[in-house]
Design a protein around this ligand. Structure first.
Ligand SMILES: *[C@@H]1O[C@H](CO)[C@@H](O)[C@H](O)[C@H]1NC(C)=O
Ligand SMILES: *[C@@H]1O[C@H](CO)[C@@H](O)[C@H](O)[C@H]1NC(C)=O
Ligand SMILES: *[C@@H]1O[C@H](CO)[C@@H](O)[C@H](O)[C@H]1NC(C)=O
Ligand SMILES: *[C@@H]1O[C@H](CO)[C@@H](O)[C@H](O)[C@H]1NC(C)=O
Length: 195
């Protein structure tokens, strides 16, 4: 088995200002999903990579169609909740936030990274739990989608880009409809040429 954890200890040195983001991630975090808060002095920050035995990003859906509501939440093994979140729907290995979210639960809010309301983040440091369910409403089909979240247990302990299972979009259906239309078109042309 490969090394499951990618654990990095990073020391932020020498910053004079303790400018955290208790009211949500800034737009500069959109792509990397790295918290951008600076820590004062030389605090040691624990960052885990893209797996966590503590938190997982969960959806029960296996597929979606345009206009569906896909529910996503964060399971937490230690049941102590989490304080910070940055959540997006992305295509596998993609870097853009896709679709839109609606009705953010208490203590969270929607921000725009690429399109409108395409990202969920915390609005304060109150605890969030698995009862906080996020609703993704795709306005079109993006093909395969994964929900990707950075989860902060505290200001200095966070996991970056935790990924849910992959769900399938309606693109296969569109593709087969297209094929059907092309086949019929070819048939009509062939029929017309006979005369
Ligand atoms: C540094 O940060 C800690 C924890 O966030 C805080 O308690 C302390 O007051 C800060 N010190 C300065 C000089 O800002
Ligand atoms: C919680 O821990 C158990 C056992 O350690 C593990 O099998 C499970 O996958 C963990 N759940 C999450 C959400 O990480
Ligand atoms: C699509 O997802 C729904 C519920 O999420 C499920 O009931 C259905 O079986 C899925 N369809 C396919 C083809 O996977
Ligand atoms: C974004 O969501 C907020 C509610 O959180 C809503 O008031 C606003 O109209 C939405 N904006 C767009 C562009 O959908």
């Amino acid at each position: 088995m490969m090394l499951v954890y990618l654990v990095t200890f990073i020391t932020f040195v020498g910053s004079q200002t303790a400018s955290g983001y208790p009211s949500g991630a800034p737009a500069s975090s959109c792509n990397s999903m790295m918290p951008r808060h600076k820590l004062n002095g030389s605090s040691t920050v624990f960052i885990s990579g893209q797996t966590s035995t503590r938190y997982s990003v969960v959806t029960m859906a296996s597929n979606y169609s345009v206009g569906d509501v896909v529910r996503v939440w964060v399971e937490d093994n230690q049941t102590t909740g989490y304080k910070g979140i940055l959540l997006q729907a992305r295509t596998p290995n993609g870097h853009s936030a896709r679709g839109t979210w609606r009705s953010p639960p208490a203590n969270t809010k929607l921000i725009a990274c690429d399109e409108g309301n395409d990202t969920v983040t915390h609005s304060n440091t109150m605890l969030k739990t698995h009862n906080d369910v996020y609703e993704w409403v795709p306005g079109k089909s993006y093909g395969k989608i994964q929900f990707v979240a950075t989860i902060a247990a505290s200001r200095s302990v966070f996991w970056v880009q935790l990924k849910s299972s992959t769900i399938n979009g309606a693109s296969h259906l569109l593709y087969s409809n297209c094929n059907l239309i092309l086949t019929m078109f070819a048939f009509l042309i062939t029929a017309a040429l006979r005369y």
